[in-house]
Design a protein around this ligand. Structure first.
Ligand SMILES: C[S@@+](CC[C@H](N)C(=O)[O-])C[C@H]1O[C@@H](n2cnc3c(N)ncnc32)[C@H](O)[C@@H]1O
Length: 254
């Protein structure tokens, strides 16, 4: 075995968040090495590794410290709270064009499907589960997209972003993700999102940050916020563009 092959093999075996070396260039080697360091959060590599490992086991998108069954129970409670908020905000799933940011295992794709929703786009920073999701939801679209750096290409009546903002640890990327969504939310469209809503900004782990409500309000100055309500270990709230309470019409005629 050549020295180069040994080096490549050594890095691959020791790396928890290892991405396969696509080529032998130094830049690729450095990126791969950085992914092996536990204190450095590289979202794409992190989520690709985590979702590959857990697949549709809810430990992948939920709480790693609980079992799939325990996560399932928490998700079913969360589902009720989510639907309650949507009902209160008079979301019409049948006609709404929905964007699911960080769609993960497709939990909210399923909620939308069961509510007879038809126009759905799920985006995620990794596409490792997309083959199965496309087979499970043939009429729905799935696209690999980093909400912090790649611009959305259509507008939506309903944007759902559950358990994602805490994983956008950089302030600049957080703002960029929020503005990406804001500029692709239709008039009277609604964003539903979750957050820990701490009093100040707290870096909880190397891949999680907790933010106060005012930071979200700063990103959506012209919008109407609902009262946050408990949602698993966080809060869920909605942000409506232009602050009018009315039925969310579908994409036709807009
Ligand atoms: C904690 S999981 C939540 C998944 C799903 N929303 C749920 O509630 O079950 C976070 C998801 O966001 C995705 N994600 C993380 N950062 C992202 C980014 N910058 N752009 C798009 N998706 C991202 C991850 O790949 C993962 O699927």
């Amino acid at each position: 075995m050549t020295a180069r092959a040994k080096l490549k093999r050594g890095v691959q075996s020791g790396a928890e968040y290892m991405c396969r070396l696509p080529c032998q260039r130094v830049g690729c080697f450095c990126r791969a090495f950085l992914n092996t360091l536990p204190g450095i959060y590289r979202p794409h590599a992190y989520w690709r590794h985590r979702l590959r490992k857990y697949q549709f086991d809810l430990r992948g998108v939920g709480h790693k410290g609980f079992s799939h069954q325990e996560n399932k129970w928490m998700y079913s409670t969360a589902r009720s709270v989510f639907l309650e908020l949507c009902l209160e905000q008079r979301v019409d799933f049948r006609s709404a064009h929905m964007l699911d940011v960080g769609c993960g295992t497709g939990f909210y794709a399923n909620v939308f499907h069961q509510a007879t929703g038809q126009h759905y786009l799920g985006i995620d920073i990794t596409d490792v589960l997309f083959t199965k999701l496309r087979a499970q939801f043939p009429g729905f679209d799935f696209m690999k997209l980093d909400i912090t750096s790649q611009e959305l290409c259509e507008t939506f009546d309903l944007v759902v972003m559950i358990d994602v903002t805490q994983h956008i640890v950089s302030p600049r990327k957080f703002s960029s993700a929020m503005q990406n969504i804001r500029s692709h939310l239709r008039q009277d469209g609604i964003l539903v999102l979750t957050s820990w809503l701490s009093e100040k900004i707290i870096r909880r782990t190397y891949y999680e940050v907790s933010r106060p409500l005012w930071l979200y309000k700063k990103e959506f100055p012209e919008c109407e916020f609902s009262e946050p309500r408990k949602f698993r270990d966080k809060y869920i709230f909605s942000v409506r563009k232009q602050g009018q309470l009315g039925d969310i019409a579908g994409s036709q005629g807009r």
